[in-house]
Design a protein around this ligand. Structure first.
Ligand code: F6R
Length: 250
């Protein structure tokens, strides 16, 4: 593993996805061990799957305890039924929550069925604050530099809000649904400010197709055109890459 630093961001370059996942597991599990009532921010997607497997394994082995841990997920489609197998709630139950000793009531994913979605977004922010803030936020990055559903834009959004998905995203996601009409047109996402208020951030990124986004985030301008670039202004960010994702910064 190679250790690097870009504008204060710690970067670990690993030889493989397995090594990347093991490093991420070490950091996240180590943090949870120090504070039983940990507040963990979570992401869906393929990037953190190895990390979630690692956490489930460590939990099973008795190395970490989730019984008092509370979680907040970054985002969810809107509207969507949590029982829909494309919902982020379904993903989290399947890939992490059902495999660890967490209390379901302590796991929060934005409510894809909220009646008053604006009020919901405000309450999500309040709930994060009431929990004492996020101790550690797990992130992935999109090919366009998005974090959560914060897509390239002319500004950075501060708080949890509703986004209208772009035609591209709807088309890309339609492969997971029976037809494009069934893809939700909107999503609820933490804002970039919500993410930046987390005490610690761990981003996991693998694959060649993320190399440009990673390069932009670490070496380009800080710009809402690459929303992840703002992470440079955070004081405790670790980005864990495989060789492919790091190929344009080495
Ligand atoms: C997921 C999320 C997204 C993903 C990003 C990378 O909750 O907020 O920003 O982290 O799209 O997705 P994968 O890991 O599937 O490449």
């Amino acid at each position: 593993m190679k250790k690097m630093q870009f504008h204060g961001i710690k970067v670990l370059v690993c030889d493989s996805y397995d090594e990347l996942s093991a490093e991420a597991t070490k950091i996240v599990a180590g943090a949870i061990k120090k504070k039983p009532r940990f507040v963990l921010g979570l992401a869906t997607g393929t990037s953190p799957l190895g990390l979630y497997k690692g956490l489930a394994k460590a939990n099973k082995a008795g190395e970490i305890d989730f019984s008092e841990v509370r979680t907040f997920n970054l985002d969810e489609y809107y509207p969507i039924d949590p029982k829909n197998d494309q919902s982020y709630r379904y993903f989290m139950n399947k890939n992490l929550f059902n495999k660890i000793n967490i209390k379901k009531k302590n796991t929060r994913v934005p409510d894809g069925q909220a009646k008053d979605v604006k009020a919901f977004c405000e309450s999500y922010e309040e709930d994060i604050k009431a929990a004492g803030g996020i101790d550690l936020q797990v992130l992935g990055i999109g090919r366009n530099g998005h974090i959560g559903f914060n897509e390239p834009a002319d500004k950075f959004y501060d708080k949890t809000h509703v986004v209208t998905l772009t035609k591209n995203t709807i088309e890309a996601n339609s492969r997971f649904f029976e037809s494009a009409d069934l893809v939700p047109k909107k999503a609820i996402t933490m804002g970039v400010g919500t993410i930046m208020r987390a005490k610690k951030i761990v981003m996991v990124v693998n694959g060649e197709n993320k190399a440009d986004a990673v390069k932009g985030m670490l070496t380009g301008d800080v710009t809402p055109k690459n929303q992840a670039s703002i992470l440079r202004f955070h004081k405790d960010v670790t980005v864990i890459l495989d060789k492919e994702a790091a190929s344009k910064i080495l």
